[in-house]
Write a protein that binds this ligand. Structure first.
Ligand code: IMP
Length: 183
């Protein structure tokens, strides 16, 4: 049982299982990019925990860049409008980019991001996503390194939020939005 576990969040994927799967993804990434250096593009805010764990498990020279996007507001449904809240601070032209996403839901954010990054002329673009919810897919997107496929449920923890809450939970859980306390 995790130390901090709010009653409105039902545990789905525990910290040990997350760590095991991330180590497998990192080993595959290390093998695939052998001899090259890699730019991990962490999509803020939701991916910060996943990206931190993934980065530390990859045995290659890695540069970390951060891009802020917002598509949900304070809701559990995507607004469909992707907004860049924080842009890259360095050029990525000629770099091998691995976009690190927390979750691919409708696919709108990722397809928008891919286009944005492609226009900056990197050497290559691949995607690592911790979670995929295929049930709500609107735009088909390729995920090169996928952690887990999940049902159509709203999850929080391990970086993912609901109205900016729950990001610090060390596990992933399903949120009951009707039971969220007001403060
Ligand atoms: P998409 O554009 O619908 O694929 O949504 C992608 C973004 O929506 C993710 O990067 C998350 O920030 C957010 N999101 C989608 N599903 C969830 C969820 O179940 N919990 C928390 N955030 C989510």
């Amino acid at each position: 049982m995790p130390a901090f576990s709010p009653p409105e969040v039902k545990p789905l994927i525990g910290a040990d299982e997350l760590a095991r799967r991330i180590a497998e993804l990192a080993a595959q990434i290390t093998e695939d990019y052998a001899g090259r250096s890699l730019v991990l593009l962490c999509v803020l805010k939701g991916s910060f925990v996943f990206a931190a764990d993934l980065a530390r498990s990859i045995s290659l020279p890695v540069r970390c860049e951060f891009l802020g996007v917002r598509s949900y507001g304070d809701d559990t449904k995507s607004s469909g409008v992707v907004q860049i809240t924080q842009d890259l601070t360095r050029p990525v032209e000629g770099d091998h980019i691995l976009i690190v996403e927390d979750i691919v839901d409708t696919g709108l954010t990722l397809s928008y991001l891919r286009e944005q990054i492609r226009s900056r002329n990197p050497a290559s673009i691949k995607v690592a996503a911790l979670l995929h919810k295929p049930a709500r897919m609107q735009r088909k997107v390729e995920i090169d390194y996928l952690g887990f496929t999940i049902e159509d449920v709203f999850v929080v923890g391990y970086g993912l939020d609901y109205a900016e809450r729950y990001r610090n939970l060390p596990f992933l859980g399903v949120l009951d939005p009707t039971a969220v306390p007001s403060s």
